[in-house]
Write a protein that binds this ligand. Structure first.
Ligand SMILES: CC(C)(COP(=O)(O)OP(=O)(O)OC[C@H]1O[C@@H](n2cnc3c(N)ncnc32)[C@H](O)[C@@H]1OP(=O)(O)O)[C@@H](O)C(=O)NCCC(=O)NCCS
Length: 251
Protein backbone atom coordinates (compact mmCIF):
# COMPACT_ATOMS: atom_id res chain seq x y z
CA UNK A 1 0.00 0.00 0.00
CA UNK A 2 1.35 3.43 -0.95
CA UNK A 3 1.47 6.08 1.74
CA UNK A 4 1.81 9.79 1.10
CA UNK A 5 2.35 12.54 3.63
CA UNK A 6 1.22 16.11 3.10
CA UNK A 7 -0.40 18.84 5.14
CA UNK A 8 -2.84 21.65 4.80
CA UNK A 9 -3.67 25.06 6.17
CA UNK A 10 -7.25 24.99 7.48
CA UNK A 11 -8.04 28.65 7.02
CA UNK A 12 -5.92 29.37 3.96
CA UNK A 13 -5.28 27.76 0.62
CA UNK A 14 -5.23 23.99 0.77
CA UNK A 15 -1.88 22.61 -0.23
CA UNK A 16 -3.27 19.11 -0.37
CA UNK A 17 -6.19 18.12 -2.51
CA UNK A 18 -8.61 16.31 -0.24
CA UNK A 19 -10.74 15.65 -3.31
CA UNK A 20 -8.34 12.89 -4.25
CA UNK A 21 -10.03 10.30 -2.08
CA UNK A 22 -11.21 7.59 -4.41
CA UNK A 23 -12.47 4.01 -4.54
CA UNK A 24 -9.16 2.60 -3.35
CA UNK A 25 -7.57 5.60 -1.64
CA UNK A 26 -8.32 6.93 1.80
CA UNK A 27 -7.30 10.20 3.43
CA UNK A 28 -6.03 9.84 6.98
CA UNK A 29 -5.63 13.05 8.92
CA UNK A 30 -4.28 13.46 12.42
CA UNK A 31 -4.83 16.50 14.62
CA UNK A 32 -3.21 17.48 17.87
CA UNK A 33 -6.01 18.34 20.29
CA UNK A 34 -3.91 20.86 22.23
CA UNK A 35 -4.79 24.36 21.02
CA UNK A 36 -4.57 27.94 22.27
CA UNK A 37 -7.51 29.53 24.09
CA UNK A 38 -8.18 31.73 21.06
CA UNK A 39 -8.23 28.76 18.66
CA UNK A 40 -10.54 26.90 21.03
CA UNK A 41 -12.89 29.89 21.01
CA UNK A 42 -12.88 29.98 17.20
CA UNK A 43 -13.46 26.24 16.96
CA UNK A 44 -16.33 26.39 19.45
CA UNK A 45 -18.04 28.99 17.27
CA UNK A 46 -18.23 26.40 14.46
CA UNK A 47 -20.30 23.99 16.56
CA UNK A 48 -24.08 23.75 16.74
CA UNK A 49 -25.85 24.62 19.98
CA UNK A 50 -26.32 20.89 20.63
CA UNK A 51 -22.62 20.19 20.12
CA UNK A 52 -21.65 23.05 22.41
CA UNK A 53 -24.03 21.77 25.06
CA UNK A 54 -22.49 18.32 24.73
CA UNK A 55 -19.05 19.86 25.22
CA UNK A 56 -20.30 21.72 28.28
CA UNK A 57 -21.51 18.50 29.90
CA UNK A 58 -17.99 17.07 30.27
CA UNK A 59 -16.86 17.10 33.87
CA UNK A 60 -13.27 17.99 33.06
CA UNK A 61 -12.21 20.98 30.96
CA UNK A 62 -9.62 18.89 29.09
CA UNK A 63 -12.29 16.45 27.93
CA UNK A 64 -14.52 19.33 26.81
CA UNK A 65 -11.63 20.89 24.88
CA UNK A 66 -10.80 17.59 23.19
CA UNK A 67 -14.40 17.11 22.10
CA UNK A 68 -14.74 20.68 20.76
CA UNK A 69 -11.46 20.58 18.84
CA UNK A 70 -12.13 17.11 17.40
CA UNK A 71 -15.62 18.08 16.22
CA UNK A 72 -14.54 21.45 14.80
CA UNK A 73 -11.68 19.90 12.83
CA UNK A 74 -14.09 17.26 11.51
CA UNK A 75 -16.38 20.05 10.32
CA UNK A 76 -13.50 21.92 8.69
CA UNK A 77 -12.18 18.83 6.92
CA UNK A 78 -15.61 17.83 5.60
CA UNK A 79 -16.36 21.43 4.59
CA UNK A 80 -13.25 21.35 2.38
CA UNK A 81 -14.41 18.10 0.80
CA UNK A 82 -17.96 19.18 0.03
CA UNK A 83 -17.32 22.90 -0.52
CA UNK A 84 -19.70 24.09 2.18
CA UNK A 85 -19.51 26.21 5.27
CA UNK A 86 -18.13 24.18 8.21
CA UNK A 87 -20.67 25.55 10.67
CA UNK A 88 -23.58 24.76 8.34
CA UNK A 89 -22.88 21.04 7.90
CA UNK A 90 -25.62 18.82 9.28
CA UNK A 91 -24.92 15.34 10.59
CA UNK A 92 -27.40 12.50 10.58
CA UNK A 93 -26.80 9.84 13.21
CA UNK A 94 -27.22 6.12 12.50
CA UNK A 95 -29.13 3.72 14.77
CA UNK A 96 -26.00 2.94 16.78
CA UNK A 97 -24.49 6.40 16.77
CA UNK A 98 -22.45 6.57 13.54
CA UNK A 99 -22.51 10.15 12.21
CA UNK A 100 -22.92 10.77 8.46
CA UNK A 101 -23.44 13.63 6.05
CA UNK A 102 -26.60 13.79 3.97
CA UNK A 103 -26.91 14.37 0.23
CA UNK A 104 -26.04 12.33 -2.85
CA UNK A 105 -22.79 10.35 -2.52
CA UNK A 106 -21.47 12.26 0.51
CA UNK A 107 -17.89 11.53 1.60
CA UNK A 108 -17.66 8.74 4.15
CA UNK A 109 -15.70 9.37 7.29
CA UNK A 110 -14.77 8.03 10.67
CA UNK A 111 -13.42 9.89 13.67
CA UNK A 112 -11.50 8.68 16.66
CA UNK A 113 -9.84 10.48 19.50
CA UNK A 114 -7.70 9.32 22.37
CA UNK A 115 -5.68 11.40 24.82
CA UNK A 116 -4.38 14.39 22.76
CA UNK A 117 -4.78 12.94 19.26
CA UNK A 118 -7.77 13.00 16.94
CA UNK A 119 -7.72 11.05 13.69
CA UNK A 120 -10.01 11.18 10.70
CA UNK A 121 -10.46 8.70 7.87
CA UNK A 122 -12.01 10.20 4.73
CA UNK A 123 -13.15 7.87 2.01
CA UNK A 124 -15.63 7.22 -0.74
CA UNK A 125 -16.79 3.98 0.86
CA UNK A 126 -17.80 3.04 4.42
CA UNK A 127 -14.83 3.38 6.73
CA UNK A 128 -14.06 2.91 10.40
CA UNK A 129 -11.08 4.24 12.34
CA UNK A 130 -9.89 3.80 15.90
CA UNK A 131 -6.91 5.21 17.78
CA UNK A 132 -5.83 4.42 21.31
CA UNK A 133 -3.10 6.09 23.30
CA UNK A 134 -0.50 3.43 24.16
CA UNK A 135 -0.68 2.96 27.90
CA UNK A 136 -0.63 0.16 30.46
CA UNK A 137 -3.95 -1.71 30.36
CA UNK A 138 -4.81 -3.13 33.77
CA UNK A 139 -6.56 -6.46 33.46
CA UNK A 140 -5.95 -6.86 29.73
CA UNK A 141 -6.41 -10.64 29.99
CA UNK A 142 -9.64 -10.24 31.93
CA UNK A 143 -11.09 -7.76 29.38
CA UNK A 144 -9.93 -10.08 26.59
CA UNK A 145 -11.71 -13.03 28.21
CA UNK A 146 -14.98 -11.18 27.52
CA UNK A 147 -14.21 -9.48 24.22
CA UNK A 148 -11.53 -11.41 22.29
CA UNK A 149 -11.76 -14.63 20.31
CA UNK A 150 -9.64 -17.68 21.24
CA UNK A 151 -7.00 -16.81 18.60
CA UNK A 152 -6.80 -13.20 19.78
CA UNK A 153 -6.51 -14.30 23.43
CA UNK A 154 -3.73 -16.73 22.54
CA UNK A 155 -1.74 -13.93 20.87
CA UNK A 156 -2.27 -11.76 23.93
CA UNK A 157 -1.15 -14.47 26.34
CA UNK A 158 2.01 -14.98 24.29
CA UNK A 159 2.95 -11.30 24.55
CA UNK A 160 5.35 -10.86 27.45
CA UNK A 161 4.93 -8.21 30.18
CA UNK A 162 5.73 -4.91 28.51
CA UNK A 163 4.36 -5.94 25.12
CA UNK A 164 1.01 -7.14 26.41
CA UNK A 165 -0.72 -3.75 26.64
CA UNK A 166 0.42 -2.78 23.13
CA UNK A 167 -0.74 -6.15 21.79
CA UNK A 168 -4.09 -5.66 23.49
CA UNK A 169 -4.53 -2.17 22.05
CA UNK A 170 -3.51 -3.25 18.56
CA UNK A 171 -6.21 -5.92 18.60
CA UNK A 172 -8.71 -3.59 20.27
CA UNK A 173 -8.30 -0.84 17.68
CA UNK A 174 -8.82 -3.35 14.88
CA UNK A 175 -12.04 -4.54 16.47
CA UNK A 176 -13.29 -1.01 17.04
CA UNK A 177 -12.38 0.01 13.48
CA UNK A 178 -14.46 -2.91 12.20
CA UNK A 179 -17.57 -2.07 14.27
CA UNK A 180 -17.19 1.60 13.31
CA UNK A 181 -16.99 0.76 9.60
CA UNK A 182 -20.23 -1.20 9.77
CA UNK A 183 -21.77 1.40 12.10
CA UNK A 184 -22.81 -1.27 14.59
CA UNK A 185 -20.58 0.14 17.33
CA UNK A 186 -20.77 -1.83 20.53
CA UNK A 187 -24.12 -3.37 19.54
CA UNK A 188 -21.85 -5.90 17.82
CA UNK A 189 -20.40 -8.51 20.19
CA UNK A 190 -16.64 -7.98 19.95
CA UNK A 191 -15.92 -11.67 20.51
CA UNK A 192 -18.09 -12.63 17.53
CA UNK A 193 -15.37 -11.87 14.95
CA UNK A 194 -11.60 -12.21 14.82
CA UNK A 195 -8.99 -9.68 13.76
CA UNK A 196 -6.05 -11.93 14.68
CA UNK A 197 -3.33 -11.95 12.05
CA UNK A 198 0.10 -10.64 11.31
CA UNK A 199 0.88 -7.03 11.89
CA UNK A 200 1.26 -5.70 8.36
CA UNK A 201 -1.37 -7.12 6.06
CA UNK A 202 -5.09 -6.42 6.03
CA UNK A 203 -7.46 -8.98 7.51
CA UNK A 204 -10.65 -9.58 5.58
CA UNK A 205 -13.68 -10.25 7.74
CA UNK A 206 -16.69 -11.83 6.11
CA UNK A 207 -19.70 -10.82 8.13
CA UNK A 208 -22.56 -13.20 8.82
CA UNK A 209 -24.57 -10.34 10.30
CA UNK A 210 -27.69 -9.67 8.22
CA UNK A 211 -27.52 -5.97 9.19
CA UNK A 212 -24.25 -5.55 7.27
CA UNK A 213 -24.87 -4.52 3.68
CA UNK A 214 -21.16 -4.88 2.94
CA UNK A 215 -20.11 -8.34 3.99
CA UNK A 216 -16.34 -8.21 3.36
CA UNK A 217 -14.52 -5.65 5.48
CA UNK A 218 -10.76 -5.12 5.23
CA UNK A 219 -9.13 -4.28 8.56
CA UNK A 220 -5.55 -3.15 8.99
CA UNK A 221 -3.29 -1.58 11.59
CA UNK A 222 -1.84 1.80 10.62
CA UNK A 223 1.32 3.49 11.93
CA UNK A 224 -0.16 6.87 12.77
CA UNK A 225 2.02 7.99 15.69
CA UNK A 226 4.64 6.27 17.85
CA UNK A 227 2.51 6.78 20.99
CA UNK A 228 -0.78 5.50 19.56
CA UNK A 229 -2.23 2.28 18.21
CA UNK A 230 -4.44 2.79 15.18
CA UNK A 231 -6.52 0.65 12.86
CA UNK A 232 -8.73 1.31 9.89
CA UNK A 233 -11.46 -0.78 8.25
CA UNK A 234 -13.14 -0.33 4.88
CA UNK A 235 -15.40 -2.21 2.55
CA UNK A 236 -12.76 -3.29 0.06
CA UNK A 237 -8.99 -3.04 -0.29
CA UNK A 238 -7.09 0.21 0.14
CA UNK A 239 -4.23 0.79 -2.28
CA UNK A 240 -3.26 4.33 -1.24
CA UNK A 241 -3.33 5.94 2.16
CA UNK A 242 -2.80 9.70 2.06
CA UNK A 243 -1.68 10.74 5.52
CA UNK A 244 -1.53 14.37 6.52
CA UNK A 245 -1.53 16.57 9.60
CA UNK A 246 -4.09 19.17 10.46
CA UNK A 247 -2.41 22.48 11.21
CA UNK A 248 -4.27 24.68 13.65
CA UNK A 249 -4.43 28.36 12.70
CA UNK A 250 -1.71 30.54 14.20
CA UNK A 251 -3.52 33.10 16.35
C1 LIG B 1 -18.56 4.78 20.14
C2 LIG B 1 -17.63 3.65 19.79
C3 LIG B 1 -18.00 3.22 18.40
C4 LIG B 1 -16.16 4.10 19.78
O1 LIG B 1 -15.89 4.72 20.96
P1 LIG B 1 -14.46 5.14 21.50
O2 LIG B 1 -13.38 4.23 21.05
O3 LIG B 1 -14.62 5.36 22.94
O4 LIG B 1 -14.25 6.59 20.88
P2 LIG B 1 -13.63 7.08 19.52
O5 LIG B 1 -13.05 8.41 19.79
O6 LIG B 1 -12.75 6.08 18.88
O7 LIG B 1 -14.89 7.25 18.57
C5 LIG B 1 -15.89 8.17 18.87
C6 LIG B 1 -16.51 8.60 17.58
O8 LIG B 1 -17.04 7.46 16.91
C7 LIG B 1 -18.16 7.88 16.15
N1 LIG B 1 -19.21 6.92 16.41
C8 LIG B 1 -20.08 6.84 17.43
N2 LIG B 1 -20.86 5.75 17.29
C9 LIG B 1 -20.46 5.12 16.16
C10 LIG B 1 -20.88 3.96 15.47
N3 LIG B 1 -21.88 3.18 15.90
N4 LIG B 1 -20.24 3.60 14.33
C11 LIG B 1 -19.23 4.35 13.86
N5 LIG B 1 -18.78 5.48 14.45
C12 LIG B 1 -19.40 5.86 15.60
C13 LIG B 1 -18.47 9.33 16.49
O9 LIG B 1 -17.95 10.13 15.46
C14 LIG B 1 -17.68 9.54 17.76
O10 LIG B 1 -17.19 10.85 17.84
P3 LIG B 1 -17.69 11.84 19.00
O11 LIG B 1 -17.54 11.08 20.30
O12 LIG B 1 -16.80 13.01 18.91
O13 LIG B 1 -19.11 12.12 18.67
C15 LIG B 1 -17.87 2.44 20.66
O14 LIG B 1 -17.21 1.36 20.09
C16 LIG B 1 -17.49 2.55 22.10
O15 LIG B 1 -18.15 3.17 22.89
N6 LIG B 1 -16.42 1.87 22.54
C17 LIG B 1 -16.03 1.75 23.94
C18 LIG B 1 -14.66 2.23 24.14
C19 LIG B 1 -13.96 1.48 25.26
O16 LIG B 1 -14.52 0.74 26.05
N7 LIG B 1 -12.64 1.64 25.27
C20 LIG B 1 -11.77 0.98 26.17
C21 LIG B 1 -10.59 0.46 25.35
S1 LIG B 1 -9.27 -0.06 26.31
Amino acid sequence: MASEISCNDPFGSASCDLGLIGPESVGLCRADLRVSTETLRRYRSLLTTGERERGDRFRFADDARRFVVARAVLRLLLAKLVGQDAAALEFAVGPYGKPALGGDHPPQFSVSHSHELAAYALASRPVGLDVEHLRPIDGALEIASRTFTDAERTALEQASGDRRSATFLRCWTRKEAYVKATGAGLSKRLSSFSVAGDRESAIVIHSDDARDADRAIHVMSVAIHPDYACAMATTGPIRTLRQFDWLHPAV
